[in-house]
Design a protein around this ligand. Structure first.
Ligand SMILES: Cc1cc2nc3c(=O)[nH]c(=O)nc-3n(C[C@H](O)[C@H](O)[C@H](O)COP(=O)(O)O)c2cc1C
Length: 188
C-alpha cells in the first residue's frame, strides 16, 4: 500500500459506481477507503444497482447511498450540489463507457453524471472498465482524451481476463491500485 496513505486521512471521498460488472470490486475499494480514514459517500447509477446492492455499500460506509436526484434528505437537499460541497475528491469505479461519454459530452441525466458535471473543478479519478472492443472504440478514446484535457486522472484499465470471457485490455484497476492513484492525485 502507498506510503502516501496518510493523504487520505479525514478526506471526504465521493465514490461513483456505474453499471459495469466490476462494480463488486468497488465494495473492496470502499472498504479500503474507510480503513484509510476517509468519509465515503457512494453515488450509484440506476444500472449499477442492478449489478450490486446499495445496501452492501451502506454497510461498509455507514452512510446512505445516493442513487437519484429526487430522493432528497436533510443532508442532501439538492444532491449534486450538496455532494460537490461535501467532497474533497471524486473517484468513479467502475466507469462505464456510458458514464465516460456523458461526462465528456456534458450530459447530466442522472445523479452521477450531474454530480460529475458539477465537480469538474475538483480532483477526479476515473477507473474505466469495459470489454476490449468498447475500450478501443475511437469514440470512447476521444472521450477519454477530452476528460484528460479537463485535468481528470485516469487509472487503468488493465490487460487480463474479462468477465465476458475474452482476454484483453479492459479490466478495472485493482482497488489497491486505485487507492494508490488516489493518494498520488491528492498529494499533487
Ligand atoms: C452484466 C452486464 C455487465 C456490464 N458490464 C459493463 C462494463 O463492464 N463496462 C461498460 O462500460 N458497460 C457494461 N455494461 C453495459 C452498461 O451497463 C450499460 O452501458 C449501461 O447503460 C451503463 O449505464 P450507467 O453508465 O448509467 O451505469 C454491462 C451490462 C451488463 C448487462
Amino acid at each position: 500500500m502507498s506510503d502516501l496513505l496518510h493523504t487520505l486521512e479525514a478526506k471526504r471521498v465521493t465514490l461513483g459506481v456505474s453499471g459495469g460488472i466490476a462494480a463488486y470490486k468497488s465494495l473492496d475499494l470502499a472498504s479500503k477507503l474507510v480503513k484509510a480514514g476517509c468519509e465515503v459517500t457512494v453515488v450509484m447509477t440506476e444500472n449499477a444497482t442492478k449489478l450490486i446492492s446499495a445496501k452492501s455499500f451502506e454497510a461498509i460506509t455507514s452512510k446512505s447511498v445516493l442513487t437519484s436526484m429526487w430522493n432528497t434528505s436533510r443532508e442532501f437537499k439538492i444532491p449534486h450540489i450538496d455532494v460537490r460541497n461535501d467532497t474533497d475528491v471524486i473517484v468513479v469505479a467502475p466507469a462505464t463507457a456510458n458514464i465516460i461519454g456523458k461526462f465528456a459530452s456534458g450530459i447530466c441525466d442522472d445523479l452521477l453524471s450531474t454530480t460529475l458535471c458539477s465537480c469538474w473543478a475538483k480532483p477526479i479519478l476515473i477507473a474505466p472498465a469495459m470489454n476490449t472492443q468498447m475500450w478501443t472504440n475511437p469514440l470512447l478514446q476521444r472521450n477519454i482524451r477530452l476528460i484528460k484535457d479537463l485535468g481528470v486522472a485516469i487509472t487503468g484499465p488493465q490487460q487480463g481476463s474479462l468477465a465476458c470471457g475474452e482476454d484483453g485490455i479492459g479490466r478495472m484497476s485493482e482497488p489497491e491500485t486505485i487507492v494508490n492513484d488516489l493518494c498520488q492525485l491528492l498529494a499533487k
